[in-house]
Design a protein around this ligand. Sequence first.
Ligand code: FAD
Length: 291
Amino acid sequence: MYPPNFEYYAPSTLAEAIGLLDQHQGEAKVLAGGQSLIGMMKLRLAQPGALVDINRIPNLAYIREDAKGLAIGALTRTAELGRSEVLRSRYPILSDAGLEIADPTVRNWGTVGGNVSHGDPGNDLPACMLALNADYTVQGPKGSRVIPARKFYPDSFVTALKPNEVLTEIRIARPGAGTGSAYSKMERKVGDFATAAVGVHLVVGQAGAIDRAGIGLTNVGPTAIYAAAASDFLAGKTGTAADLAKVGDLAAEAAQPIADNRGPVEFKKDMVRVWTRRTVTHALARAKGGK
Ligand SMILES: Cc1cc2nc3c(=O)[nH]c(=O)nc-3n(C[C@H](O)[C@H](O)[C@H](O)COP(=O)(O)OP(=O)(O)OC[C@H]3O[C@@H](n4cnc5c(N)ncnc54)[C@H](O)[C@@H]3O)c2cc1C
């Protein structure tokens, strides 16, 4: 299938890209890896009048860590998440998720910025960013602003981005001692979107109890979901069998799945329950020095 006609622009600077988006007043879309947008255009689910291809803009693809934490450039390909030693050793939730996204071809084209900007509840990275309490830097005609991931996803395929803004960077605070994280995904077959997936990030204090935690859920609601009650419940807990049972129940309560070809509602809620227990257990083991 062919998409409807559109204008195509390939700016070489961010300012030019923002100017083009602004000029088209909501009729233009950013084109990054094209792995979601082009498919939607071919199905006529999206019909932008113009595409602003940001792939020729330099310095938007990087993973680097400084004293404040991790910075990921929007044009970083999702394949890089699975390859990065910094992520594997210090932000493993992102390497776990990076290895679970689609297949190698999609991961080589698709970008981290596109994955989090698309607003698809089935995309894996938004739940990780909710768990990590990440910040998104976006640039528009009036300069840059920072949007917390936890305020970025109001509804399905709707985000806090304005039509004339480009997401340029994702920032995550530097993890201290006792930090652990993990992402687990249940899928029908390799390469599929999640039936349910869970991202957990937590910090264990010196006494061995959890200081704070963040839990994000994928594809069990209209948006990626921050499971706030489940996250808050973990504070002060050590991960006993009773703690794990309760946190699983609270995460399942936060899920709002619909029945579809990946399963009925109760099955999906049960998968959230089970995979939350497992993912918290995995993150706790990592926080205590395990892999
Ligand atoms: C067969 C297949 C299987 C897939 N399976 C999975 C999966 O299991 N898990 C998963 O997470 N994803 C999956 N995806 C989606 C894939 O990861 C996409 O790459 C991702 O959703 C979008 O990234 P992109 O760079 O391709 O963005 P594009 O398709 O180029 O853009 C997507 C949307 O984001 C906007 N956008 C992109 N970048 C920016 C930016 N920097 N600033 C502002 N707006 C921007 C675009 O305007 C568009 O609205 C799958 C895709 C395919 C084709």
